[in-house]
Design a protein around this ligand. Structure first.
Ligand code: SF4
Length: 329
């Protein structure tokens, strides 16, 4: 078989072997990939890497696993401490869900991260991608790990499409990705990691570095002259002035305080009243913030019953949650 004709799904041994060899020589040295990394480390990294670049995850990940080296260590803390330690990674509900996942590991799996995808899927905050990633990277299982990077690489390589199709992976996509993996589980897991890395550092969304790509000679999109994408375009998310920025600003104030924060302090953090109240209601509803009525540290809203907007309006103080909320998903 030459390396000049475009790839097909039948090229499985060649594709997997070439990409895996490239990975062996070029993989970034990331702490959750090192020999001493535990399944908990991998789970923490996967939560943090959802929607956040590696460079921003690294410092928070390091502090997190040093402070909470096992699920039990985190489960003993309040959810608010998890939110505080999440720092500025964004999408802080992930911190609550990771805390809830740690509690589930303790309650249902003897303090260990479960190894089967079915059990992983039952952990709060774990979807099909994260379950497959943990099964592959922590437990060396043969399973299709389909994140955006892998889907994009396969769409270019095998379908001559610039981007993966919108929405969740289809069953056909999963089956094809699975069929590309070597039979031996450890080699399959290495291939999954290699495909992800190729998409993350070479076959990037906007500027693929084809001269550096180990499979460029077999890429259908390249062979076809890089045909343009006719599907829907992803809109760049704005941040400045959005409710998301407002939530982040309010949460930063609450994270910096180890006691209840008076309403007026939050008013100073985000002067626009309607947006601030909307953001505050959202934070309370999501369980990221508790309402403390009257004096600081007096009465907090029940953790499992988010305060209504009117309660939030009349409350005088707010704080990070001190007790888990049942059913965090
Ligand atoms: S040749 Fe270019 S477009 Fe094709 S898989 Fe490699 S980096 Fe991506």
């Amino acid at each position: 078989m030459t390396t000049a004709s475009p790839a097909t799904g039948n090229d499985q041994p060649w594709l997997a072997g070439t990409i895996a060899r490239w990975y062996t020589e070029n993989a970034r040295d990331l702490p959750w990939r090192r020999p001493g990394a535990t399944a908990w480390h991998v789970l923490v990294s996967e939560f943090m890497l959802q929607q956040t670049p590696v460079v921003r995850v690294l410092p928070v990940y390091g502090q997190w696993v040093e402070r909470w080296p096992t699920p039990g260590d985190l489960a003993r803390e309040s959810p608010g401490e998890a939110v505080r330690a999440w720092g500025r990674l964004g999408y802080p509900r992930r911190a609550l869900r990771l805390h809830a996942a740690a509690v589930s590991c303790v309650n249902d799996h003897d303090g260990q991260v479960p190894s089967s995808e079915a059990d992983l899927l039952r952990l709060p905050g774990v979807g099909s991608y994260t379950a497959a990633a943990v099964a592959a990277f922590a437990f060396a299982q043969r399973t299709a790990v389909l994140d955006t990077n892998v889907r994009r690489v396969l769409a270019r390589l095998l379908d001559a499409q610039r981007y993966e199709r919108p929405g969740a992976p289809t069953r056909a996509e999963r089956e094809r990705a699975f069929s590309l993996l070597p039979v031996e589980p450890r080699a399959a897991a290495a291939t999954s990691a290699a495909l992800m890395e190729l998409g993350a550092v070479v076959c990037t969304s906007r500027a693929p570095d084809c001269p550096a790509c180990p499979v460029s000679g077999r890429c259908r999109w390249r062979a076809d002259g890089y045909p343009p994408w006719h599907g829907p375009l992803r809109r760049a998310q704005s941040y400045a002035g959005t409710d998301r920025q407002c939530r982040g600003r309010l949460l930063a104030v609450l994270r910096a305080s180890h006691g209840p924060v008076p309403r007026r302090t939050l008013e100073e953090a985000w002067p626009e009243a309607a947006q601030r109240e909307r953001a505050l209601d959202g934070l309370v509803f999501d369980g990221l913030v508790e309402v403390v009525v009257d004096e600081p540290a007096s009465v907090s809203a029940p953790a499992d019953a988010p305060a209504a907007a009117s309660d939030a309006q009349s409350a005088t103080h707010f704080r990070l949650p001190v007790s888990p909320r049942p059913g965090v998903d």
